[in-house]
Design a protein around this ligand. Structure first.
Ligand SMILES: Nc1ncnc2c1ncn2[C@@H]1O[C@H](COP(=O)(O)OP(=O)(O)O)[C@@H](O)[C@H]1O
Ligand SMILES: [Mg+2]
Length: 391
């Protein structure tokens, strides 16, 4: 049994939340005495060990505490309870641009970052050209980083983190920001770092990456460990939870900050219709109205079968809608519906990315029929061409 490179012991993290911004001195004074502040536990009693030389994936829905946990492991945040023991130098690639000073140039930031990670000026000199080449920033290295794009930030941050010879590398979701070619390069580099026997913890939504490169995984759910250890087991649990996470939304308090103003079901010609043949086309068109500006909303659609069993879910999470003001029309176009004959119901909702806040939720309020397939007792529709040859 190899030694643990990272030991996380009973970590809990509490944040203080203030719900409304105090507007006057008087209010502020009242706030001091009153109990407006609410404790929020972003992590609760989290414990696990990462053996030296292992790569572990950290997964969980948005807001489940992944970044907070990485920051605590990296020594950037102090836990409220518990402790973390690590062996060796840690390099952390956390939020975009974290650790970079906007007024300094790329070159100056490389030296600054490297020195924070414990490298001497001379050591950094040795790595410098390699870092810049890896980041593909030769032309921009003497520009102030405030002019960098998000992709450039990630490239430079990753390049520094992987070249400073860390024993432990912590990587937050930032890799998803770079372009695909750079992501591939990062994954290649991660494999090299693995081969050198270093320890890695990385956060990702790309489950294939966890499957491909991790020796173990941890899944967080509302700040608590939901599954841990074997990659296949953790992924199974993660998929299950991600599929079911809309259950219970209907019972939440709705903020009504944004509302569903209308839902139409349209056929292939764009005509309103609630009957679709198997394999037919169906568009669910959702009109959304913001009653006040809403940051980063996600519009979701869920399909249930006639027995109320969950069938499918999709949404705009990947699209990053940004700030919503006024009206928005979202069309979920399903060009070939693989459903068998029967009655289905639709849920449409608006929530935030962490899924803690639900703005509006129309639970199984819309109905459509799949009809004309002359099929009985099947669950899905698979287009089949049957060929018979007499031999
Ligand atoms: N500095 C902070 N103050 C208050 N709440 C915070 C702070 N940082 C994170 N949180 C909250 O803690 C929870 C976990 O956040 P985070 O660790 O960023 O989750 P993840 O990375 O899994 O999306 C979220 O609900 C987030 O809003
Ligand atoms: Mg995060």
């Amino acid at each position: 049994m190899p030694q643990a490179a990272i030991t996380v012991e009973g970590i809990s993290k509490r944040f203080r939340l203030f719900h409304e911004r105090p507007t006057s001195v008087k209010e502020r004074l009242l706030r001091l005495r009153g109990s407006r502040a609410e404790d929020f536990w972003a992590l609760r009693d989290v414990a696990f060990e990462v053996p030296e030389g292992n790569t572990w994936g950290l997964v969980g829905a948005n807001g489940s505490g992944k970044t907070t946990l990485l920051k605590i492991i990296g020594g950037i945040l102090r836990p409220t309870e518990g402790r973390v023991v690590t062996q060796g130098r840690i390099a952390a690639l956390l939020e975009l641009g974290a650790g970079f000073h906007p007024e300094l140039t790329g070159r100056e930031n490389v030296y600054l970052n490297a020195s924070i990670l414990g490298l001497s000026r001379h050591e950094t000199d040795l790595y410098f050209d390699e870092i810049v080449a890896f980041a593909e920033l030769e032309e921009f290295i003497d520009s102030q980083v405030k002019y960098y794009s998000s992709g450039m930030f990630v490239r430079l941050g990753f390049a520094v983190a992987v070249h400073v010879d860390p024993s432990i590398l912590l990587i937050d979701e930032v890799l998803a920001v770079g372009d695909e070619a750079f992501q591939r390069k990062c994954l290649r580099r991660i494999r090299e770092i693995q081969a050198e026997g270093r320890t890695i913890v990385f956060v990702t939504h790309a489950i294939q990456q966890v499957q491909a490169i991790c020796d173990g995984a941890v899944m967080l759910d509302h700040g608590q460990i939901r599954a841990m250890g074997d990659v296949a087991d953790v992924i199974k649990e993660y998929r299950l939870v991600m599929l079911r996470r809309h259950i219970g939304f209907a019972r939440r308090d709705l903020t009504r900050a944004a509302e569903i103003a209308g839902v139409e079901l349209l056929d292939g010609e764009g005509a309103v219709s609630s009957v679709v043949p198997p394999g037919g086309e169906l568009t669910v068109q959702v009109d959304v109205r913001a009653n006040r500006p809403v940051d980063d909303p996600v519009i979701s659609m869920v399909i249930y079968d006639g027995d109320g069993q969950f069938v499918f879910r999709t949404g705009t999470a990947e699209m990053r809608l940004g700030r919503l003001e006024g009206k928005l029309r979202v069309g979920f176009e399903m060009s070939s519906l693989p459903l068998a004959d029967g009655r289905y119901s639709l849920t449409v909702g608006i929530h935030d990315r962490s899924e803690r806040v639900v703005h509006d939720w129309h639970d199984q309020r819309y109905v459509f029929d799949v009809a004309g397939g002359l099929m009985e007792e099947t669950q899905i529709f698979i287009p089949v061409e049957t060929r018979v040859e007499r031999l």
